[in-house]
Design a protein around this ligand. Sequence first.
Ligand code: CA
Length: 541
Amino acid sequence: MTNYLKNAFKSMGMTPQNAPIPGTTQVANSAGGYSWKVNDWQRLSRFLVLGSQSGTYYISEKALTIENANAVLNCIREDGLRVVREIVAISEAGRAPKNDPAIFALALVAAKGDDAARKAALDALPQVCRTGTHLFLFAEYVQTLRGWGRGLRRAVGTWYQALEPRKLAYQMVKYRQREGWTHTDTLRLAHPKPVTDSHGAIYKWVTHREEANWAADIVPPDDEALAFIWAFERVQTAQNVDTVLKLVQAYDLPREALPTQWLNEAAVWEALLTKMPLTAMIRNLGVMSKVGLLTPMSDAEQTIVTRLGNADMLRKARIHPIAVLSALRVYAQGRGVRGESTWNPTSRVIDALDAAFYLAFQNVEPANKRMMLALDVSGSMSMGAIAGVPGLTPRDGSAAMALVTAKTEPNYTIISFQNQIVPLNISARMRLDDAIKVTHGLPFGATDCAQPMLYALEKKLKVDTFVIYTDSETWANPALHPVQALAQYREKTGIPAQLIVVAMTSNGFTIASPDDPGMLDIVGFDSATPQIMSDFARGMI
Ligand code: CA
C-alpha cells in the first residue's frame, strides 16, 4: 500500500488488520493480525467453559493450558474469593460441557490462593466435585500443586462425611477409580472418623475389601446402604442373567456395578433403564439399540423420548447441550466413535435428541431484534475440538450455536465468511447434525471478521445486532478492522448496531473493543450464552 492510501485510510478511520488501530490497546494475535486482548477474568470464563483440550489451530493444548493457568493465577492474586465464586457458578449450574477445567481451577486456588481463598476453595469442594470421579481428578491436580496439609485432608474427609450412607455407597460402587486414584487412596489420606456406623462399615469395605467376603452371605444386611454394597458384591459372582436382573431391580445397581459380560443382554439394559441417570442414558443409546432393546415403537423408545423432552429433568441432571449434540451425532450415524459397533438408530430418538439440545440451554427469550448471525468458517476454525468432543470443531460448534438463536428470534439471517462471504445454506428448521455437515464440508480460507458488516452495508441489510462466532484471529483485510467496518455501518445506516463476539476457543483475543458499550464478548457453549446475548440485544445488560 502506498503512503497516500495509508494516510487516506487513516483519516477515514481505516487501518489494515495487520496493524493496530492507532490510539487503542490492540495487540498482535496469533494470525499476524491485530485484535484486543481479553482481560484475565474473561479468560477465566473462557477456560472454565471451553477448556483447552486439543488446543487450537495456532496453539498446542499444552501451551494453551499454560496460558490459561497463568490467567487464572492472575485472577487468584487479584481476588481469589471471586475466582471461587465464578468456578462454583459455572460448575454448579452445569454451564460448561466439562467439569474438568473448574476442578483444575479450584485446585489452583486451593494451592495458590491466600488463606481466605484457600479455605473458600476447600469449602466449595462438594459443590464442584460432585462425584467420586471429580474428587479423584481434584486429588490428582492438587497433589501436584501442593502437599496434603491438614486443611486439604479435612476437606476431603468432609466430602465423604457429608454424604448420606446410601449415597456414599453409590459413589463407592459407581465411581471406583480415575487418574490412578481410588477411594482407598483418598480415604487413607483423609482418614475421616465415621459419622455413622454405616459410614464406618463402608470405609472398612473400601480399604479392606479383600479381607471381607461380602458375597459369601446369602442374606443381605438390614442397612440399606450396606445392602447396596452387598448386591454389588453378589452380582460380581452371578452365574445367570436372572440373578443379575433381580439384583439390579431390587437394589438399583448402576451399569458400572455389573461385570461387562452381562452388558450384551437386552433384559439387563431394560432393568438398568428404569433408574438410569440421564447422562448415562444419553451416552448408551447406541448400545441399547445394538442389543435390541431400543427399537422403533418399543417401550424403551417411549421412555427415552419422554425423558429427553423433559426440560426440568435435563436441567436437574446438568445435561449440557454439547453432551446432547455429541450423542446425536454418534447415535444418528449408527456406529460408535471407534467404529467397532453398529446399530440402527430410531427416527424418534434422533428427533428427541435434536429437540433436547435446545432444551438444555437455559431459558432463552427472544430479543426481537434484527440479527445477523455470522459464522467465521476460516481454516483456523476447523481445527481443534470443542471441549474435547471428537470431530466437533469450533466451526461446527458455531453452526449449532447460531441455530439456538435462529430458533428463538423471529428476525434473523445466517451468513458465513472467510475473507469473503461464503454461501451457506442452513436454517432454524434443519436438524443439527445436518447443519453441521454443511459447515464441516467448506474449504479452508483466510480470515476477515469485517466481512459481515461490509456485506450488510453492500446489500443494504438492516441489522440491529451482529453476532460473530469466531476465534478473533482476524488478519486478512488490508483496508480496515471489524470495529471500523461497524463504525461505517452505524454512520451510513443511522442504526446504532451492536456487535456480539462469541468466542469459540479459549485463546486470549477478541475483535470487540473493550471501550465500546455496544460490543459484548461472550463465551460460546456456555449454556447461559444465548440468554445473555438476548439480554444484551434488548439493552438489559
Ligand atoms: Ca481464521
